[in-house]
Design a protein around this ligand. Sequence first.
Ligand SMILES: Nc1ncnc2c1ncn2[C@@H]1O[C@H](COP(=O)(O)OP(=O)(O)O)[C@@H](O)[C@H]1O
Ligand SMILES: [Mg+2]
Length: 243
Amino acid sequence: MSQRILDFQDVDAGYGGVAVVRNLTLFVDAGEVVALIGPNGAGKTTTLMTVSGFAEVLRGTVRVLGRPLPKLRRAHLIGRWGVHHVPEQRGIFYGLTVEENLRLATRHGRVDLDRAASYFPVLESLMSRRAGLLSGGEQQMLALGRALLSEPRLLMVDEMSLGLAPIICEELLPIVRRMADETGAGVLIVEQHADLALEQADRAYLLSHGDLVFDGPASTLRDDRGFLDATYLGLGGGEESAP
Ligand SMILES: Nc1ncnc2c1ncn2[C@@H]1O[C@H](COP(=O)(O)OP(=O)(O)O)[C@@H](O)[C@H]1O
Ligand SMILES: [Mg+2]
């Protein structure tokens, strides 16, 4: 049986004592790619922020590698637990070079630039370029390269496709899949654009207005477009979301 990396049990989470996500039960096992999808404002980012310590656990328990998250939010500690979070803004240092960005992400003192280049060959010729001068796709590859070199047990990627051409996402998602397959990391990807994520994911969770409306094999959602579309259009129950 593969190891449980992330485990939400009946969790309410949010900000300032107000729950944004309610009654969430979710897990990610080693080597899995799990997609967390749902329309804008559903609570996807909040779920990741809860793991990183930027949003509060108001009820229930969140465990990483079996250890409950501390009550006090300590975002700076989560990296030590083997969690790497690529936020929507990618979390790279725009004024530093590609190589410097990769070196800074490395844990355990091993800087294996060749390993990053094996996953993202484009980065090899860009090592001395400042990250701010890269294209959006190259920046996202750098963000994922940083994630790879940090050797995470849990990798969380928020809206990888934001601002990128669909063809770039189609290239990047299989690489994320490869990271899970080859390193055994558990991967939780958040995507507003469900189609591409569902193609690579093993399992999926669908959030709508902070409530879980589906969890199961990604293939089930791939095959049931009607349900997916209804949820995205706000027809899946609950109040209509603001535009
Ligand atoms: N820092 C914050 N403080 C208070 N409310 C927030 C904060 N961030 C997000 N929210 C609210 O939480 C809800 C869910 O947001 P979010 O998790 O970003 O959704 P998603 O990532 O699915 O689009 C939204 O109503 C949003 O306004
Ligand atoms: Mg979001």
